[in-house]
Write a protein that binds this ligand. Structure first.
Ligand code: MLC
Ligand code: AMP
Length: 497
């Protein structure tokens, strides 16, 4: 049966365990059988979905994976929704993709019901999808076709859809498999959300492509992670720095016998990776003391997959992100897009088969995202020194990274300005060892001071919890430069003072 190569070769893994989800083992045969059924349902009478965007709202699980594969097998574009998003944020994704069908698992049906009615979208209950075996051909899918849209915050207010083709995804996966020596013996624990590349590509897809096993914990919980480590089946772990920080805290709070048992459990891991945000050197060092593992730090982005990585075999240099991954080309350039010399700071440009196809329905933004000769402009600033790249920061103060999530200050400011008591505002990230940055807001109010708890409740109608500012100040005026632009670096001092 012709099928996209991403999934075809995994049929040979047959009875190996692909997924552990809700304490149940699922084999590769189970995953193929269920995703074939979902594909058949989505296809109905048609031969091919021809890149129809199909959204799905399902916690990280077997059901999530079977839906993603089912959409791909039927020729659709997989659009994973964030289980933490309020209705308004989901409405943006559904509206922007012109999505006509959404698959949801039971706990999320109620969340989507009214929204789908209003938007005239068919809501498919995952549990009601027929379990009859499939007796029909699946479409043959050209690898250049669109496979997935992930929404990412940028320097525009609302998140943009990053479109990756099957070929992009395959390149992103195979680069990591080669660099980090994945094999069918690998068993990884996923604690990450599955609407971003870190969880989708680095964890889930690499495991399945290799014939390994992905075990799910639907939401991160430090104690549960330690318990799963203690069971001794997991040999790989990948997470954002905040998660390592929280695991260290949990370890520090445990009694000495438990500490010893948890540390012992880490000795049998073959690899632990950190990424999505800068790994503070003290976190790397403390983790090494506790676990005996030197975290491998790597650098990536929704638009490119992973770009740079410390070596699997070789020196993992603290505070650095290593060298380009297989197939990835990297340049550092100045503001005129001329290459800078080694040792000088420059913006990271990326080229390679893993780089995304386009921003969904945003031709202008796509064009602006690349140089004329096809290099993607990341907006991240780095330096190449002594054979290793080091990330120095970003070229925009409007992008915040908190808990590994990328957050647009402009999106939050636009929402805050709609509040009846707020005249003006500025949102910034305040450095923090646990979260990387903490979202913080300076408010210029119209009349009386704003009641902050009420404001947070009001914001939660539009924003997920991780985007809601934690720190607030209320001031008479925002600091501005001679052109009238808010000087956000200056504003940071108001919070620290
Ligand atoms: C939650 N809290 C925060 C916060 N998020 N406080 C400050 N800043 C934040 N960002 C608070 C809550 O209000 C709550 O407080 C407490 O922390 C616990 O909340 P929670 O929601 O239960 O948090 P938790 O589950 O612990 O979440 C932490 C996390 C999560 C690290 C697990 O942020 C996460 O999953 N991050 C990963 C995101 C990710 O996958 N990014 C990859 C993007 S792709 P209280 O007071 O109520 O207790 C990418 C490319 C690449 O970047 O290179 O990989
Ligand atoms: P996202 O758009 O959510 O995919 O986030 C990508 C961004 O995360 C990059 O552009 C970087 O700013 C940041 N990032 C990822 N990995 C690292 C890292 N190891 N160190 C510093 N920043 C990182």
């Amino acid at each position: 049966m012709p099928m996209i190569s991403l999934l075809e070769h995994t049929r040979t893994f047959n009875d190996s365990i692909a997924i552990i989800s809700a304490n149940k083992d699922y084999r590769y045969t189970d995953l193929h059988e269920r995703s074939d059924q979902i594909a058949a349902h989505l296809l109905g009478d048609s031969q091919d979905l021809h890149e129809e965007p199909i959204a799905f709202l399902i916690d990280p699980s077997f059901e999530y994976t079977a839906s993603q594969w089912g959409i791909w097998k039927a020729g659709g574009i997989a659009v994973p929704l964030c289980v933490l998003h309020p209705e308004e944020a989901m409405a943006h994704v559904l509206d922007d993709t012109d999505c006509l069908r959404v698959i949801a698992s039971r706990p999320h049906i109620a969340t989507l019901y009214d929204l789908c009615q209003r938007m005239n979208i068919t809501l498919i209950d995952y549990g009601s999808l027929s379990a009859e075996s499939l007796q029909r051909p699946l479409p043959d899918i050209n690898p250049e076709r669109r496979a997935m849209i992930l929404y990412t915050s940028g320097t525009t207010s609302l998140p943009k859809g990053v479109v990756s083709s099957h070929k992009n995804i395959e390149s992103q996966i195979t680069a990591l498999i080669e660099a980090w020596e994945w094999s069918g013996y690998d068993h990884i624990l996923n604690v990450l959300p599955l609407h971003h590349v870190h969880g989708i590509i680095n964890v889930l897809s690499c495991a399945l492509w290799s014939g390994g096993c992905c075990q799910f914990l639907p939401r991160f919980n430090a104690r549960e992670v330690w318990h799963i480590f203690e069971e001794g089946r997991v040999n790989l772990f990948m997470a954002v720095p905040t998660i390592y920080f929280k695991l260290i805290r949990e370890w520090n709070e445990a009694d000495p016998v438990t500490q010893q048992s948890w540390s012992q459990a880490c000795r049998s891991f073959r690899l632990m990776v950190s990424g999505s945000a800068a790994l503070p050197v003290p976190v790397l060092e403390e983790w090494k003391n506790i676990s005996g593992q030197v975290l491998l730090e790597r650098y990536g982005m929704t638009e490119i997959g992973m770009g740079l990585s410390n070596p699997y075999n070789g020196e993992r240099r603290p505070g650095h992100v290593g060298q380009p991954l297989p197939g990835v080309q990297i340049r550092l350039v100045d503001e005129q897009y001329h290459d800078v010399q080694d040792g000088q700071a420059g913006e990271i440009l990326v080229r390679g088969p893993g780089v995304f196809k386009e921003y969904w329905k945003k031709e202008e933004a796509t064009k602006e995202g690349f140089t004329e000769d096809g290099w993607f402009k990341t907006g991240d600033i780095a330096v190449f020194q002594h054979s290793y790249y080091k990330i120095l920061g970003r070229n925009s103060v409007d992008i915040i990274k908190s808990g590994g999530y990328k957050i647009s200050a402009l999106e939050i400011e636009d929402i805050l300005r709609k509040h009846e008591q707020i005249e003006d505002c500025a949102v910034i990230g305040i450095e923090d060892l646990e979260w990387g940055e903490i979202v913080s807001a300076a408010l210029v109010v119209k009349r009386d001071p704003v009641e902050i708890e009420e404001l947070k409740t009001w914001l939660s109608k539009s924003l997920p919890s991780y985007k809601i500012p934690r720190y607030y100040i209320q001031i008479a005026d925002l600091p501005r430069n001679t052109l009238g632009k808010v000087t956000k670096n200056e504003l940071k001092k108001y919070f620290n003072g």
